[in-house]
Design a protein around this ligand. Structure first.
Ligand code: ATP
Length: 516
């Protein structure tokens, strides 16, 4: 960057001096008349060369994706990543699927002799942070190939032709440095469906990508890996055989994979004896690999902050809370009355969740974090892939239990349930429109149909929400004493963990002589 600035400064000075010399030429009493014409010509030529050089270097910077830009110091370590399949935890079936590609890159001759060719493009799709980039790097690492990373958004430009030129440059380098892996992250930024409202620049970029993929020699050892969170947005032409014809879903890890990911990310960290990775894996249902890596890192940071030589279970618990619920608000200015409302609201969620036994309640807290004034951390005890209608109804009741508790205790409700209402509505909408669980039959409903029959669907969704709300209210009215008790403990201690909650429930059962 400094070199660029210097070139810019010298060029500007030379151009200004050249202008003065030209002006001097026609001015008989000019200050520089003593300089010979020969020197002046040499100076003008030098200035012109500098100007052309500067202009060229600017346009080159604009036309090259970041991976190819000379502005960045060349990072050979990045080009040949030091990542292998050992660094990718879980995802066994995907690693197995990629073995063939790895074998092709490592033993290209074997395939050439047989006249076989390997798919040119592999598409990873799935939620963010699940290890798509890591897998692509591991393929490059396992095959000692050059890894060329580019993000789809780097090709999106205002000026027609710039994106296409960048694609061309990227693939030129890939061929030159073969065997290589071209990894295009967020490929939907350039590969989304083309429609009637043509966007000339975007279409040209996508066309160029298609041309480059078609242009590979069958035996070119260049593999293109694309990654997207939205497979449904991609243009058909990109997905057809010969281009990205292998689609691999990379989802959030299951319990076993979470355990393996946590093991990978705690491998080089000093852990206390009380840390149980298996238990931690249980508590992190629904989190992505990136979030798990973040928890391991946060726990290490917390341990350092507390001047400890080992990372303990409590550090992991704090890190988990930080990742799930957000940053703790220091010196919150919540009014006492509001704190009471939040304690009743959270106690309502916890009681209904515990009684309906869908998830295990880990912690209830009224310490503000992120944008929430309170929260309940709960996880299912095991990975679940199917839910019954009753289980979904129970989930809605748990979501609406905070509002129901406020209603029961204060006879009025607050804005605190906004998030819960959104989630409950979404779930009810899915029940009616996707799972055939409402009273409107089995038909799966798309958006345009939903718009046309809006009032019918709204009534059905409302019916489900009302049923869930009444279910939560019934449970809380029957256990109002427990609701007040938990809220009081929260007001006093600000948070209740799993064991304390268990104790409160047991005491309540004993005192009321009934099993909940
Ligand atoms: P995005 O879709 O947002 O680009 P991604 O799917 O490409 O995300 P990565 O960038 O590969 O996700 O993962 C982010 C980080 O999460 C990795 O660098 C790694 O530390 C961790 N991670 C994710 N999955 C795994 C895994 N299976 N094993 C080990 N680490 C993982």
């Amino acid at each position: 960057m400094r070199k660029n600035k210097l070139v810019f400064l010298v060029t500007v000075i030379c151009v200004v001096l050249s202008m003065i010399l030209i002006f001097d030429l026609v001015n008989p009493i000019g200050k520089f008349n003593k300089i010979s014409l020969g020197y002046k010509i040499i100076f003008w030529i030098t200035s012109a060369i500098l100007l052309v050089h500067y202009k060229n270097s600017r346009s080159k910077l604009q036309l090259v994706p970041s991976v190819l830009s000379n502005d960045k110091p060349s990072n050979k370590e990045n080009d040949k990543p030091n990542v292998s399949f050992k660094d990718v935890a879980g995802l066994e079936e995907i690693k197995e699927e990629l073995q063939e590609t790895i074998d092709f890159l490592n033993n290209a001759n074997k395939y050439k002799k047989m006249g076989a060719h390997i798919p040119k493009g592999i598409l990873f799709y799935g939620p963010p942070g699940t290890g798509k980039t890591l897998l692509a790097k591991a393929v490059a690492g396992e095959t000692k190939s050059t890894f060329l990373y580019a993000s789809g958004s780097e090709f999106v430009e205002k000026y027609v032709g710039v994106g296409a030129k960048r694609v061309r440059t990227l693939f030129e380098r890939a061929r030159k440095e073969a065997p290589s892996i071209v990894f295009i992250d967020e490929i939907d930024a350039i590969g989304s469906k083309r429609n009637l409202e043509s966007n000339n620049e975007k279409d040209q970029t996508l066309n160029q990508l298609l041309v480059e993929m078609d242009g590979f020699n069958t035996y070119d050892t260049v593999i293109v890996i694309g990654a997207t969170n939205r497979l449904d947005l991609l243009d058909e032409a990109l997905l057809r055989p010969g281009r990205f014809d292998r689609h691999i879903f990379v989802g959030n890890p299951n319990m076993k994979a979470r355990e393996q990911i946590l093991e990978v990310h705690t491998k080089n960290k000093p852990l206390d004896k009380d840390v149980d990775i298996k238990e931690l894996a249980k508590k992190t249902h629904g989190l992505s690999g990136a979030e798990l890596a973040n928890i391991a890192n946060e726990a290490a940071i917390i341990a350092v902050r507390n001047n400890k030589s080992k990372i303990s279970k409590s550090h992991f618990n704090m890190a988990l809370e930080r990742v799930i619920a957000g940053l703790e608000v220091k010196n919150p200015t919540v009014l006492l009355k509001e704190k009471k409302t939040v304690s009743i609201h959270e106690a309502g969620h916890a009681i209904v969740a515990k009684i309906l036994n869908i998830d295990k309640v880990q912690k209830i807290s009224i310490v503000p974090r992120g944008h929430a004034l309170g929260y309940v951390i709960k996880f299912p005890e095991e990975d679940r892939y199917l839910f019954t209608e009753q289980e979904l109804m129970n989930k809605i009741a748990i979501l609406l239990a905070g509002r129901a508790a406020e209603d029961i205790v204060f006879n009025e409700v607050t804005t605190g349930a906004k998030d819960d209402l959104e989630k409950a509505t979404k779930l009810a909408e899915e029940m009616v429109c996707n799972y055939g669980m409402g009273g409107l039959g089995l038909m799966v409903v798309n958006e345009s149909f939903l718009k046309l029959n809006y009032y019918k669907f709204r009534a059905e969704i409302n019916k489900i929400l009302e049923k869930g709300y009444q279910q939560a209210k019934k449970i809380l009215v029957e256990n109002k004493e427990l609701l007040i008790k938990i809220s009081d403990v929260l007001m006093e201690k600000e948070s209740i963990d799993q064991d304390e909650l268990e104790e409160i429930f047991m005491e309540y059962e004993k005192s009321s002589n009934c099993a909940i």
